[in-house]
Design a binder for this molecule. Structure first.
Ligand code: PEP
Ligand code: MG
Length: 576
C-alpha cells in the first residue's frame, strides 16, 4: 500500500510500525452478579498490582534517563494507587453494591477528581490531573488495552499517530524513533519542528493512514520523495535500502559544512544560530557549530511537566543556556502557549480559532504571575551570559509597551530584593503578525532587535492554517507577497541600524537563506539538522549575487516562479 505526502523532515527509514493511539476510556454504568463479587474484587487487586509494576518500571526508566523530576511524578502515582481510603471504597462498591470493577474505579476516582478539580488551590487542581492519569491506567489494564506512550517504545520503530501533540513528542525516546507519520499536521506544525530538530524523517498529513497500518507492519518511509509504503515487497526493501544509504552518504557529505565558519565568498559573516526548545544536553550538542541561539522556544519547558516550572527551575535552565553560549547571544522567547501548544495544568479557553486566539503574549497578559515568574527567571539568569528577551505574537505598540512595562516591574522588584541582573539586557520582538511587519519602520524604534517568525507570518499573511494538510498547496513559503513583506521589514531594520534575523523554519532552508541574505539579513536561526546545508550555501555564495537573486525573486508573480528562479540561480551562479 503506497501513500504520498510532502516530506517535512528528510530522510529514509525502514522498520516496523508503532501505532500510537492515546487511550481514552468510556465507562458506562454496569453491575456484576452477586456471586461474582469475590472475583470482581480480585480482578481489581490484580490490576492494581499490574499498574504498580508499570509505574515502577517507568520510574526506573526515567531515573536511568537522568529525568528525576519526571520520575517523581510517577512515584507520586504509585502512592495514590495504594491509598487505602481509595482502594477500600472501590472494593466496597464492588462487594456491597455489585458495581463492575470498571464502574467502581470510574465512580471513586471521578469523585476525587471532581473535588480536586473544583479546588482553587493550583496544587490540588494538579493532583486531580494525577488522579485522572492513574484512573486511565487502571481502566486501560482492566479493559485489556495495550499500553503505549512515546517514552516507552520498545525497539526502533516508525511512529504512526493521528496527530502528535507537543506533550507526546516531549517524552518521546528519540533514539528509538526511526520516523514519524501522522494523519494531520504540516511542515511548520510543532511535530515537524521537533522531527527536524532531532533529524527524524517525517511525513505528516496522510489522511486515514491509521486505518491502513497495524502494529509491527513493515514500512518504508521515504521522506525524501514523499512516499510511504506499508508492507513493502522484498524488491522494494532492497531498492529503498540502497536509497537510504545514498541519502546517508549525501548527508555525511553535507555534514562536513557543519563546522565551517559561515562566511560568504566575499567575506561577509552570516550568523548561523540554533533554535532550541530545552537545555537538555542533546539539544545543546550543536552549540559548538552555532553563533548563538536565535530562538529558545521556552514553552517546551512548560509543556513537559505536570506543573508549571517554578522560578528557580526556569532560572536554572536559562542560566545553563547562557553559560553554554557564553558571549554568544541567546534569544529567549517568552512563553508562546496557545495555538497547537497546550499545558497539562492550565485550562485554556475553548476557542473556534486557537491560532487567532488567546495565544502567547495575550495569554501571558491574562496570567500575570506566570509571565512575571518567567521574566524574573530570565533577568536573574542574564548575568551568566548574553541573554536577550524576545516577545512573541506582538500585534501592536500596545502589546510591546505592555510587555515591557511588566518587564520593568520585574526589574524593580529584583532591585528591591537586591538580586543582580543585566540592566542592559536587549529586548526584541518576533515579527510574525503581518500588521507588525507593515509597521516595522515604526516599531523598530522601540525594540533592540527583531526576528521574523516565518511559520506564523506565512500562516497569517496567506490566511492558511499551518497545520492543515489539505491546504498545503496554499501554504506557499515562497509567495511573492511574503517575500515582499519580509523585504520591507529588512529594509526598515537596516535603515534603523538594528539587527533583524529569521527564526521560522524558512531560516533553515538553503534556498530561502539565499534570498534573505540578498535582502541584507545577516542572521539566520534554525534547527540543528539544517546548519550544515545552510552553511554550505552561505560559503558558496557572494552577497552581490544573492542580492541579484533577491531582486529578481521580488519581481516575480508566483511562488513557483520564485522557487524556480532561486534554484536556477543556485545551479548556474553558485559554484559548488
Ligand atoms: C514562527 O512562527 O515562525 C516561529 C518561529 O514560532 P513558532 O513556530 O514557535 O510559532
Ligand atoms: Mg510563531
Amino acid at each position: 500500500m503506497v501513500f504520498h505526502a510532502p516530506p517535512v523532515s528528510k530522510g529514509v527509514a525502514i522498520g516496523r510500525a508503532f501505532v500510537f493511539i492515546p487511550f481514552t476510556p468510556r465507562i458506562t454504568v454496569s453491575y456484576i452478579e452477586p456471586d461474582a463479587v469475590v472475583s470482581g474484587a480480585d480482578r481489581y487487586l490484580a490490576v492494581a498490582a499490574r499498574a504498580d509494576e508499570e509505574l515502577t518500571q517507568l520510574v526506573q526508566y526515567l531515573t536511568g534517563q537522568g529525568e528525576p523530576e519526571k520520575a517523581a511524578i510517577f512515584e507520586a502515582h504509585i502512592e495514590i494507587l495504594h491509598d487505602t481510603e481509595l482502594a477500600d471504597e472501590i472494593l466496597g462498591l464492588i462487594k456491597a453494591e455489585y458495581y463492575a470493577p470498571e464502574y467502581a474505579v470510574e465512580t471513586v476516582y471521578e469523585k476525587f477528581i471532581g473535588i480536586l478539580s473544583d479546588a482553587d488551590d493550583e496544587v490540588l487542581h494538579e493532583r486531580g490531573m494525577d488522579f485522572k492519569d492513574i484512573k486511565n491506567r487502571i481502566l486501560r489494564i482492566l479493559m485489556g488495552v495495550e499500553h503505549k506512550t512515546l517514552s516507552e517504545i520498545n525497539g526502533p520503530a516508525v511512529v504512526f499517530a493521528h496527530d502528535l501533540l507537543p506533550s507526546n513528542t516531549a517524552v518521546m525516546d528519540r533514539e528509538k524513533v526511526l520516523a514519524i507519520v501522522t494523519e494531520i499536521g504540516g511542515p511548520t506544525c510543532h511535530s515537524a519542528i521537533i522531527a527536524r530538530s532531532y533529524g527524524i524523517p517525517a511525513l505528516l498529513g496522510i489522511a486515514n493512514v491509521m486505518e491502513a497500518v497495524n502494529d509491527n507492519d513493515m514500512v518504508i518511509v521515504d521522506a525524501v520523495d514523499g512516499e510511504l509504503i506499508i508492507g513493502p515487497s522484498e524488491k522494494e526493501l532492497e531498492q529503498f535500502g540502497i536509497k537510504q544509504k545514498a541519502y546517508r552518504d549525501r548527508l555525511a557529505e553535507i555534514e562536513k559544512y557543519r563546522s565551517v565558519p559561515p562566511l560568504t565568498k566575499d567575506g561577509v559573516r552570516i550568523d548561523v544560530c540554533l533554535n532550541i526548545g530545552s537545555t537538555n544536553d542533546d539539544e545543546l550538542e550543536a552549540a559548538v557549530f552555532a553563533d548563538g541561539v536565535g530562538l529558545f522556544r521556552s514553552e517546551f519547558l512548560f509543556m513537559t511537566g505536570k506543573e508549571q516550572p517554578c522560578e528557580e527551575r526556569q532560572f536554572k535552565a536559562y542560566k545553563k543556556a547562557a553559560e553554554t553560549f557564553g558571549e554568544r547571544q541567546v534569544i529567549l522567547r517568552t512563553l508562546d502557549i496557545g495555538g497547537d501548544k497546550t499545558l497539562n495544568y492550565m485550562a485554556l479557553p475553548v476557542e473556534q480559532n486557537p491560532f487567532l486566539g488567546c495565544r502567547a503574549l495575550r495569554l501571558c497578559f491574562k496570567n500575570p504571575d506566570l509571565f512575571k515568574t518567567q521574566l524574573r527567571a530570565i533577568l536573574r539568569a542574564s548575568i551568566y551570559g548574553n541573554l536577550a528577551i524576545m516577545f512573541p505574537m506582538v500585534e501592536n505598540f500596545e502589546d510591546l509597551r505592555r510587555a515591557k512595562a511588566v518587564l520593568q516591574e520585574c526589574r524593580e522588584e529584583l532591585k528591591v530584593e537586591g538580586i543582580p541582573f543585566n540592566e542592559a539586557i536587549k529586548v526584541g520582538i518576533m515579527i510574525e503578525i503581518p500588521a507588525v511587519a507593515l509597521i516595522a519602520d515604526l516599531i523598530v524604534s522601540e525594540v533592540d532587535f527583531a526576528s521574523i517568525g516565518t511559520n506564523d507570518l506565512c500562516q497569517y499573511l496567506l490566511a492558511v492554517d499551518r497545520q492543515n494538510p489539505d491546504l498545503a498547496d496554499y501554504y506557499q513559503s515562497f509567495h511573492p507577497g511574503l517575500l515582499r513583506l519580509i523585504d520591507y521589514t529588512a529594509k526598515s531594520f537596516k535603515k534603523a541600524g538594528k539587527p533583524l534575523s529569521v527564526c521560522g523554519e524558512l531560516g533553515g532552508d538553503p534556498l530561502a537563506a539565499l534570498v534573505f541574505i540578498g535582502m541584507g539579513i545577516r542572521k539566520l536561526s534554525m534547527s540543528a539538522s539544517c546548519i550544515a546545508a545552510v552553511k554550505r550555501i552561505i560559503t558558496n555564495l557572494d552577497t552581490a549575487g544573492a542580492k541579484e537573486a533577491a531582486v529578481k525573486a521580488l519581481a516575480l508573480s508566483t511562488a513557483a516562479e520564485v522557487e524556480a528562479s532561486l534554484k536556477d540561480h543556485v545551479r548556474t551562479k553558485i559554484r559548488r
